[in-house]
Ligand binder design. Structure first.
Ligand code: 4NP
Length: 150
């Protein structure tokens, strides 16, 4: 059975689609399944934000096939790892956890590069394009670590 990884942010259009695309590009997708979700419902079935599509493209990744979906409690049954982009996502995801096993699956993605420092991936939605470059760089580094240990 495949190892299953879920990337979670708020809207599932800016940060988690980049994390999904990056991790997919670094692992053997015949043994590791990677997808993403948002804790919010606003962008269900939508493509990633054009600015995320653009920064991915600039770095050689195509994320245009992705569509928004909302995180749900049943995702705890399906996924082995749940990486959240910030502390607010973490709180919202943990609200739906049923037990310690569920809770143990949830990790701030930047713990990969700044362990125990509680660092958020900043939400770039209301900012300019440089915010997306910055987010891409952080997620690239974090996904490299994840790909090497899962
Ligand atoms: P994301 O960014 O969580 O990185 O996808 C956001 C996208 C949309 C909204 C908030 C954050 N929104 O409020 O619609």
């Amino acid at each position: 059975m495949k190892t299953k990884v879920l990337m979670v942010c708020l809207g599932n259009i800016c940060r988690s689609p980049l994390a999904e695309g990056l991790l997919k590009s670094k692992v053997d997708t015949s043994t590791i399944y990677v997808t993403s979700a948002g804790t919010g419902h606003w962008h269900v079935d939508e493509q990633p934000d054009p600015r995320s599509i653009a920064v991915a493209k600039k770095n050689g990744l195509n994320i245009t096939d992705q569509r928004g979906r909302q995180f749900k409690a049943e995702d705890f049954e399906e996924f082995d790892y749940i990486f959240v982009m910030d502390n607010s996502n973490k709180e919202n995801v943990l609200k739906l956890a049923k037990n310690e096993e569920d809770r143990k699956k949830v990790q701030l993605i930047l713990d990969e590069i700044f362990p125990e420092e509680n660092v958020d991936v900043p939400d770039p939605y209301y900012g300019g394009d440089s915010g997306f470059d910055n987010v891409y760089k952080m997620l690239d580094e974090a996904c490299e670590k994840i790909a090497n240990r899962i």
